[in-house]
Design a protein around this ligand. Structure first.
Ligand code: CDV
Length: 317
């Protein structure tokens, strides 16, 4: 029997350096209301939704860096979003830069939260696959300093039972890794929320823009199918102070099909009336993990990071 949940993705257009939190939150509320008017029960906002994508800038002054971070959630500026979501009974995923004190140490993470339909934070995820570099690349057209400004997340990949579904989270670059989705899949995930900021240009290697979009979509589609889960992917996109990031926000069904996709590169809401049971037949069949997984042959995945080539050439006489 179908189990329906109306799912939304709120793609976000550019946030410039001059834009303050209050103006961003206003835009998020407008999209939340639009999603609600389309019947949505859960809305996915993007990664680092409250500010511009600041890892593109080399900064050395810690107070300048910390201005992009939140020290509490909800904060004064985000409380109106929580309030409106509570009134409308809409759950949401929100990404932001988190500064926190843990065991007497200041720590900074690229974080997302899962908020239920009562406005309560029920889950937190801290980004694990941090892309980019930590050193200054003065010749590059822009930086990607996530490895400088954030620590690797310490909360693992978790799934929460909330709003009648098994919901998991990851952030941007995590979506490219099958390990992310398989760990969520092993917790019977039904809905994966992912926000992202993906520059249109690859600063490390000349790469056609269409391939950037291709890689984004094939990873979402393959991971959705291989774990029989809905995937809700929300971009921050367009030109932030001239720096281009692609859109391509979409909702992928457990079959691996894209069932809704954003049309432009600005604030835009897409909604799908989803059947959470759609993936059940795949989980009973091809990807019935209990029957078919062969963990005795997967050891290297958890033991080894870098690839190591065979030492023996099998063609040698
Ligand atoms: N914010 C990101 O994690 N962006 C990466 C870029 C650097 C490739 C991404 O995987 O989209």
């Amino acid at each position: 029997m179908a189990r329906r949940m109306t799912l939304a993705v709120a793609q976000q257009g550019p946030v410039h350096l001059k834009d303050n939190r209050a103006s961003v939150v206003k835009r998020l509320i407008a999209m939340l209301e639009r999603a609600h008017s389309m019947g949505a029960e859960f809305v996915v906002f993007t990664e680092l939704a409250l500010t511009t994508f600041f890892p593109r800038y080399w900064m050395t002054d810690q107070s300048e860096i910390d201005a992009f971070f939140e020290t509490s959630m909800p904060s004064n500026e985000t409380e109106p979003l929580f309030q409106r979501a509570r009134e409308l009974a809409v759950g949401f995923y929100l990404g932001y830069a988190e500064k926190t004190e843990e065991n007497g140490r200041t720590r900074r993470f690229n974080t997302s939260i899962l908020v239920n339909r009562k406005g309560k934070i029920v889950g937190k995820y801290r980004k694990i696959h941090l892309p980019g570099h930590s050193d200054h690349l003065p010749k590059a057209p822009f930086q990607h300093l996530e490895k400088r400004y954030f620590e690797v997340g310490n909360l693992g990949f978790k799934v929460w039972r909330t709003m009648g579904a098994n919901v998991g989270m990851c952030i941007c670059n995590d979506r490219r890794w099958p390990e992310t989705f398989r760990v969520l899949g092993l917790q019977a995930v039904e809905v994966v929320a992912v926000g992202y900021n993906t520059p249109t240009e690859n600063i490390h290697h000349p790469e056609p823009a269409h391939l950037r979009m291709h890689h984004h979509l094939i990873t979402l589609q393959a991971n959705a199918y291989q774990n029989a889960t809905w995937v809700l992917a929300a971009a921050k996109c367009g030109r932030e102070d001239g720096f281009a990031m692609f859109g391509g926000s979409c909702i992928v069904a457990p079959t691996g099909e894209i069932v809704a996709q954003a049309q432009g590169e600005d604030d835009e809401v897409i909604v799908v009336d989803a059947d959470l049971e759609l993936g059940a037949y795949i989980k009973r069949g091809t990807f019935d993990f209990a029957r078919h997984r062969r963990i005795e042959h997967y050891g290297l995945i958890a033991e080894r990071t870098a690839a190591v080539a065979p030492t023996v050439d099998s063609d040698a006489d």
